[in-house]
Design a binder for this molecule. Structure first.
Ligand code: NI
Length: 147
């Protein structure tokens, strides 16, 4: 039976897109001694760096435009992620080759926050943005925290 669905009004919804990048990093606090760094960061303090296959999920929340039926054109979101994140971080040494982590320890927490900031700034203010970042299939972080 045909059901006539009224055009949704003020419909709040979330759209997601996944992306990934590969990058190297080293966890290190320059204010500490080598011994203290090794003690706190362990293998992640390796002075020769190590890499991760970072997977990310970007969430964009807001109201559907009744004229298009879109919250956001996914092409726009795809392009923002490509320009702001992938081209900036993919196949880079985060400590050595990016401005964002010259003075910021590239932990999953800090990388997630930086990704959120870059994407939020690139999108219209009307959108609420969230980012999940997987450093490994089992270890991931989320910003802002909904908990
Ligand atoms: Ni690591």
């Amino acid at each position: 039976m045909f059901v006539d669905i009224a055009k949704p009004v003020n419909m709040r919804i979330s759209v997601f897109r996944k992306a990934h990048f590969n990058a190297a990093h080293r966890l290190h606090n320059p204010a500490w001694s080598d011994e203290r760094n090794a003690e706190v960061f362990g293998l992640c303090n390796n002075q020769y760096y190590h890499g991760h296959n970072y997977e990310m999920e970007v969430r964009v929340t807001g109201e559907v435009n009744p004229d298009t039926g879109y919250l956001i054109d996914l092409k726009i979101l795809k392009d923002v992620i490509k320009t702001e994140i992938e081209e900036r971080f993919d196949h880079k040494n985060l400590n050595e080759e990016t401005e964002e982590f010259k003075n910021l320890n590239p932990t999953a927490e800090n990388i997630c926050y930086v990704i959120w900031k870059l994407i939020s700034d690139a999108l219209d203010d009307k959108y609420d943005v969230g980012v999940k970042l997987y450093e490994t299939p089992r270890n991931f972080v989320e910003y802002p925290s909904p908990y």
